[in-house]
Design a protein around this ligand. Sequence first.
Ligand code: SF4
Ligand code: SF4
Length: 98
Amino acid sequence: MPITVIEIETPPIITCATCQACCCQLEVLLITETGVPDHFIQHQDDSVSTMLRLDDGWCAALDRTSMRCTIYELRPLICREFEMSSDECIDERDAYGL
Ligand code: SF4
Ligand code: SF4
C-alpha cells in the first residue's frame, strides 16, 4: 500500500538572533525606575519620560554593531515585558519585511 507523504509547512522561527532589533524603534515609556542612565532618557515633560531615540528612530541605548541593548540589565520594564514571538513582535518584524 503506498504511503501518502504530507508536507507540513514549518513556520518561520522567530528569534531576536535573526532580527534587527525592530522593537527597539518603538517609543518606550519609562513607567518604573530600573536605573536607565539619564543620558538615554528623553524627558517629555515633568511626568512623562521615554527612552531617547536618535534621528534614525532607534533607541539610543542600542549598539548598532551587535544590534543588542547596551543597558540590558537596566532596561525599562516595557522592554522586559515585550515578548519575543508575541503579536507585537511579529507585527514589528513584518513592518521591516523579516
Ligand atoms: S522581540 Fe521580536 S521584534 Fe524585538 S528584537 Fe526580538 S524578534 Fe525582533
Ligand atoms: S532600552 Fe534596550 S531593549 Fe529597550 S528599546 Fe532600548 S535598546 Fe531596545
